[in-house]
Design a protein around this ligand. Structure first.
Ligand SMILES: [Zn+2]
Length: 251
């Protein structure tokens, strides 16, 4: 399988998967012109569109694509107005391009957010980013915390295809909290090199995120100290909530 990204809008990635027969899947098309260009150039045939959540920067290209290619659009209930014609929910298995994709329900960023998992690939929209996680637009901190726990349990070599290039800003936030953390500092240097050349920092992996993503490290005493809290007297999702609030205020 080939997996490529199309940088779109301000900082979105539209992921395209295609097999040897040149059949492809489009994930979260926030626009359509760049997709048409790529599929013409690579001579791809759209088989299906997958949507992780209802935000326009993930769905605005669906109707235009459907006019040209009347394919199946898989997404959670909240994406019906965007053009979804096959509603998916937790643990559904979709067989596409000869691969099985499991639907993971990951509420928090939105209430119906899902991800698509086909070992070793995870297409997780705005649930998890490299060194960060999605903002809590609709769900609670507890929901998002639990969604991230679900992702964290996937195998370490899982490749994470997030829908935004937010890594530079996220890793700067992580370095502001843990300025002496070797993993964070070396990742910061790598990310800087890539971003200067306008290269993508994705996919990332579970193993990497376990080291550098503060939202995966709420048990870490150093992080708790910075948040003036401790897991002894506070539930872990509350530490996550404090961290998320601090991230929202970071510029
Ligand atoms: Zn979103």
């Amino acid at each position: 399988m080939n997996i490529i990204n199309i940088p779109a809008l301000k900082d979105n990635y539209i992921w395209i998967l295609y097999n040897a027969k040149k059949e492809c899947l489009i994930i979260d098309p926030g626009e359509y012109i760049s997709i048409i260009q790529i599929i013409q150039k690579l001579k791809l045939k759209i088989t299906a569109i997958l949507l992780t959540h209802h935000h326009k920067d993930h769905t605005a290209g669906v109707r235009k694509l459907l006019k040209l290619f009347p394919v199946k659009v898989y997404g959670p209930l909240e994406t019906v107005n965007a053009g979804t014609n096959h509603i998916v929910s937790e643990n559904d298995i979709l067989t596409l391009l000869g691969y099985h994709f499991k639907v993971l329900f990951l509420p928090g960023h939105t209430l119906g957010h899902v991800a698509f998992y086909s070992k070793p690939w995870l297409f997780c929209g705005d649930a998890l980013f490299s060194a960060g996680c999605g903002r809590l637009f609709e769900g609670t901190a507890k929901q998002m915390y639990e969604s991230l726990q679900k992702i964290k349990q996937l195998p370490g070599d899982t490749l994470i295809y997030s829908a935004h290039e937010y890594t530079w800003s996220n890793i700067n936030f992580a370095a502001s909290i843990l300025p002496k953390d070797n993993n964070i500092i070396s990742y910061l240097k790598n990310v800087k090199k890539k971003r200067i050349k306008n290269e993508s920092t994705l996919p990332t992996s579970i193993n990497k995120e376990l080291k550098i993503n503060l939202f995966f490290r709420c048990k870490d005493k150093e992080i708790q100290k910075k948040l003036n809290t401790s897991s002894n007297n506070e539930e872990e999702w509350k530490i996550f909530a404090k961290l998320r609030t601090k991230r929202d205020l970071f510029t």
